[in-house]
Design a protein around this ligand. Structure first.
Ligand SMILES: Cc1cc2nc3c(=O)[nH]c(=O)nc-3n(C[C@H](O)[C@H](O)[C@H](O)COP(=O)(O)OP(=O)(O)OC[C@H]3O[C@@H](n4cnc5c(N)ncnc54)[C@H](O)[C@@H]3O)c2cc1C
Length: 431
């Protein structure tokens, strides 16, 4: 590893920003994390991440990267109240109305609220030497030109000022202003790929009682043909975190009766059983997610030096597939691998990140395009893949080995090609 000196600045102390700061601290003398929100230890949901009201599944690929960056991450989350379970052993999953065959997957699920996960990541990141956190401070724009970004302007308790940095990382999330900021300095604007899903989430907490769900820690009901799905996961504080989801405008209601009725309409009964048999804690909270957006920074002809964009600011996935935090972790790992480079760091980073994003984006977009109401180009390949995936899911209902491979791909641990490896393919086609 070559030594790198200087100052890096990260916009946003969400999951992506924290992971980026952790990686940058290995190579820069100083890393400044700039966050708009006030941050309190062990807080619950804060303004800048309203999505934290809703179920956040951490895929095992993301957990493994976090464990690598913060040894003991899983144990520390458990010490804070998270539950750890092996996927399809301590958890259950319904696809197309039927349960996937139980059996060992080798996948670990850390089950907790998004706030708990973020609190652990923040605590561990700020323990790192050289990282400074500025809260209640909002980045207002970039300073530089099409060739290089040199600084950001911020407003905060100390007023309005400019902070110079050798590398600026935008991890400002889905609401990042990166496109107008690039335009203001005359830099190239990346093209966007968009998929309108008009997804609605409604979430509510319930009191957990021992023995519910057969003692298992979570149940996921994938969106069926009617575009409705949901999850119930046992989180810290002896609570069920229940999220109901509906695509294409068919959003779950927030009133008590409507919420229960929607839970009863899912293709498997478990979530409704939990909702009907548990004491509600607080009100139901809605969230509307209209469009998945992938910004193709990797296709820019000459991205400005001194700036990289990662996390939701680069690609905001349909949350149904629980990929966002894990792809943010994959991008942080890609950034770490590129930090040796000087001049073409952004281009190299975007190329490496594109590989990680592409797999997740194709899995998600492929599933979304199975719904006839989702607009998008369906190539012959997309159609054939969807026929194949339907077959995989049907076999996974009774074959634990196929269920295992299917979920290891969904958790981004194994590549999609694992499903067409000869032994697995034979089971899928001949079953
Ligand atoms: C409803 C919903 C459910 C989801 N469920 C899952 C799931 O199950 N599993 C999963 O892995 N992912 C899920 N995601 C995605 C996940 O939340 C994100 O992908 C992940 O948190 C990474 O986001 P981020 O860090 O890029 O952005 P964010 O988490 O949005 O953080 C951005 C941060 O930047 C700060 N900020 C923004 N602008 C500025 C500025 N100008 N100056 C200073 N600070 C700024 C914000 O305050 C915030 O703290 C879900 C998303 C949604 C919307």
């Amino acid at each position: 590893m070559t030594a790198r000196r200087g100052h890096a600045l990260v916009i946003g102390a969400g999951v992506a920003g924290l992971l980026a700061a952790r990686v940058l601290a290995e190579r820069f003398d100083r890393v400044t994390l700039v966050e708009r929100d006030e941050l309190a230890a062990n807080e619950s949901v804060r303004r800048g991440v309203a999505q934290a009201w809703h179920l956040h599944g951490l895929l095992d690929r993301g957990r493994r990267i976090m464990e690598d960056l913060y040894p003991g991450f899983t144990e520390e989350a458990v010490a804070d109240g998270a539950t750890v379970a092996e996927v399809l052993v301590g958890t259950r999953w319904y696809v197309g109305g039927s349960r996937l065959a139980a059996g060992s997957t080798g996948l670990t699920s850390v089950i907790a609220t998004r706030s708990l996960l973020e609190n652990v990541l923040r605590r561990r990141t700020l323990r790192q030497r050289g990282i400074e956190l500025l809260t209640r401070t909002t980045v207002q724009g970039l300073v530089g030109d099409a060739g290089r970004v040199r600084a950001v302007t911020v407003s905060g308790p100390a007023g309005r000022r400019t902070i110079a940095a050798d590398l600026i990382v935008d991890a400002g999330g889905r609401g990042s202003r990166i496109l107008p900021w690039l335009s203001e300095i005359g830099a190239e604007i990346p093209v966007e790929e968009r998929l309108d899903v008009d997804l609605g989430y409604t979430s509510r907490f319930f009191r957990h009682r021992p023995g519910q769900l057969g003692g298992q820690a979570s149940v996921i009901v994938s969106t069926g043909d009617n575009g409705r799905g949901g999850g119930a996961v046992r989180v810290e504080g002896e609570r069920w975190h229940v999220t109901l989801a509906g695509m294409l405008g068919d959003h779950p209601p927030t009133d008590d009766h409507g919420f229960r009725a929607y839970a009863a309409s899912l293709s498997a009964p478990d979530i409704h059983t939990i909702v009907a048999g548990s004491e509600p804690l607080g009100e139901a909270v809605p969230y509307r997610f209209r469009t998945a957006v992938r910004r193709r920074f990797d296709r820019q002809s000459a991205p400005p030096a001194g700036l990289v964009v990662l996390g939701d600011a680069q690609c905001a996935f349909n949350p149904l597939y629980a990929q966002g935090m894990s792809v943010a972790a994959l991008q942080a790992a890609a950034l770490r691998d590129c930090l040796d480079t000087d001049d073409d760091l952004p281009a190299r980073f975007y190329a490496a990140a594109a590989d990680a994003i592409a797999v997740a984006w194709q899995l998600a977009a492929g599933s979304d395009l199975r719904h006839p109401g989702v607009e998008g180009r369906r190539t012959v390949r997309t159609r054939l893949t969807n026929v194949f995936v339907t077959r995989v899911q049907r076999v996974a209902h009774h074959d634990p080995r196929v269920a295992r491979t299917f979920l290891r791909v969904a958790h981004l641990v194994d590549p999609p090609a694992a499903l067409t490896a000869p032994g697995t393919l034979r089971r899928i086609l001949l079953s």
